[in-house]
Design a binder for this molecule. Structure first.
Ligand SMILES: Cc1cc2nc3c(=O)[nH]c(=O)nc-3n(C[C@H](O)[C@H](O)[C@H](O)COP(=O)(O)OP(=O)(O)OC[C@H]3O[C@@H](n4cnc5c(N)ncnc54)[C@H](O)[C@@H]3O)c2cc1C
Length: 494
């Protein structure tokens, strides 16, 4: 019997382990539900609900082939050990997983168990992330090569097995508290296909122009991210569908938008590659010169105000309240929330990124921690961008529509005052700003600026670039003479 371990790849199409296993014999499609993962600080109920919906559809798809999903609950090594005693299997198939520190440690334990028990664990590439020795120089061409492979059709049928499946624990069993997220996206392959179709034929036309505002981004962005994170759709499927659409005759706007979308599909893997190559960046700064900078200045009251959407900066609060209620936010607003927490409030990115991880239905550790660090200035190789919440508010929501929706306390204010409620006594119970924005921004910029000028900083930055930077568009300061003047670049978003 061949065991196919489904992890974050909850689909039957473009699933190499399933097909290869089926070519070798009877397949046991296994999902190991691991209760311990749900007590980790990055887990939340919205992830659990999305997972359940996706598992239900996966089970239906597998059942249609002849053998539904076998669910086992418990520690992965113990589950596999029991299954081995029941069936005597010698081959385990799965996709490679670049998850969080917990899944990394679990995979090491499974690897050791497999070795000790005569089981051959065959892991296949998920998306375009490379495992083991590889050079960043060839990364982009390898990625394209992977993405242009033909999609893999599912097996025609699976032989029915007579194996016991277990019930999934409830959210209460797992200690997952209530999570008021009425706007959460639904899981499952059907929803993924409907989003992809809607984006490629209708919503995506103005993607490039409209993605940055939370008002238009909600509609024009693909909204596929949780489906990529849980694997109900593969990156290859989305990329090939987008390219096919781009080759067909199209109205104005489409070609540029689809190209921008395809680049982001590459970024998806580019970011995950960083965590694959250096799992420690989930916990510590990518660039060591930043160690000790914020660690001792965590202000709990500031964190609470930020995480509850009560900072007194309406656009920050609107974004936080929106993502709390929907599980999604567009890229620019995620970056602004992170930047505000790290620069203006001077909070260490670890605690704030965990809060956002629990809120994002699409939580993907590889993208998440690399982005959190990038927006906090701790990669040391990216141009620092300190977002000005007032400017973003005026640029992205000039009429205050988003603000009125998410900050009803100030909905009565006229448009010329809604971005600056502190300027009027008529702001009711809405809080005063918790910091002086201009001053906090300047202090943060100065702190980072002096650090970036040092020789140690430049030396370590060179190592970070070698390890993690995209060669498709290497930062200008690392091209040519290597004088490195731009390592002191700070964008103030004035
Ligand atoms: C602090 C911070 C944390 C983030 N955490 C996550 C996360 O946990 N999970 C996640 O999927 N994305 C994360 N992102 C990246 C990005 O914001 C989301 O991928 C995007 O908003 C998802 O919406 P969409 O599917 O409609 O994206 P689209 O704009 O339609 O893009 C299509 C796909 O491309 C990929 N993508 C888009 N932008 C980026 C980017 N900047 N970097 C890497 N991949 C990208 C995603 O897979 C996305 O689904 C984070 C960004 C920031 C600033």
């Amino acid at each position: 019997m061949e065991i196919v371990w489904f992890k974050r790849d909850l689909r039957i199409i473009d699933h190499a382990p399933l097909v290869e296993a089926a070519e070798c014999g009877a397949v046991c499609p296994l999902y190991i539900f691991e209760p311990d993962i749900w007590s980790q600080p990055d887990a939340s109920r919205r992830h659990y609900e999305f997972l359940l919906e996706s598992l239900t559809e996966l089970d239906a798809a597998l059942s249609a082939l002849g053998q539904g999903l076998i669910i086992r609950v418990g520690d992965a090594v113990e589950v596999l050990d029991t299954l081995k005693a029941e069936t005597g299997f010698t081959r385990l198939w799965s996709h490679q997983e670049t998850g969080n520190g917990w899944t990394y440690t679990r995979d090491l334990a499974v690897k050791e168990w497999a070795r000790a028990n005569g089981v051959s664990w065959k892991e296949r590439k998920q998306h375009g992330v490379m495992r083991g020795t590889h050079s960043r120089d060839q990364w982009a061409s390898n990625w394209h090569r992977e993405m242009y492979q033909a999609q893999i059709s599912p097996p025609v049928q699976l032989k029915p097995l007579y194996l016991r499946s277990q019930n999934l624990p409830t959210a209460a069993d797992l200690g997952l508290g209530p999570d008021d997220c009425p706007g959460r996206q639904k899981g499952g392959r059907r929803e993924a296909m409907s989003l992809l179709g809607g984006f490629l034929t209708k919503r995506g036309q103005t993607y490039r122009r409209d993605m940055s505002s939370p008002l238009t981004g909600e509609w024009t962005c693909s909204r596929l991210s949780p489906h990529f994170s849980f694997g109900t759709l593969s990156i290859r499927e989305a990329l090939q569908a987008s390219e096919a659409r781009r080759r067909a005759p199209m109205e104005k706007g489409w070609a540029g938008s689809l190209r921008a979308f395809e680049s982001r599909l590459r970024w998806h893997c580019h970011f995950i590659q960083k965590l694959e190559d250096e799992p420690e960046i989930e916990f510590r700064n990518m660039h060591a010169a930043y160690d000790g900078l914020r660690e001792d200045s965590f202000d709990a009251a500031r964190f609470t105000a930020w995480s509850e959407g009560r900072t007194g900066f309406p656009f920050i609060d609107a974004c936080m309240r929106s993502v709390t209620a929907t599980g999604w936010l567009n890229f620019r607003m995620r970056a602004m929330l992170m930047s505000f927490a790290s620069y203006h409030l001077w909070l260490h990115w670890r605690e704030t990124s965990l809060h956002l991880a629990r809120l994002f239905t699409d939580y993907e550790p590889g993208i998440h921690y690399a982005q959190a660090q990038m927006q906090s200035g701790t990669t040391g190789i990216n141009t620092m961008r300190i977002y000005n919440p007032l400017k973003q508010s005026q640029d992205q929501d000039p009429d205050g529509v988003f603000l009125r929706k998410w900050v009803p306390e100030i909905a009565h204010l006229p448009t010329h005052l809604i971005h600056t409620p502190w300027a009027t006594p008529d702001k009711g119970k809405y809080p005063d700003p918790i910091i002086d924005e201009h001053r906090a921004r300047r202090i943060a910029a100065n702190r980072l600026y002096s650090l970036r000028k040092t020789a140690t900083h430049k030396r370590i930055a060179g190592e970070v670039v070698r390890k993690h930077a995209s060669r498709a568009s290497p930062p200008r300061r690392f091209r040519g003479s290597g004088k490195g003047t731009a390592s002191a670049q700070i964008e103030l978003d004035l």
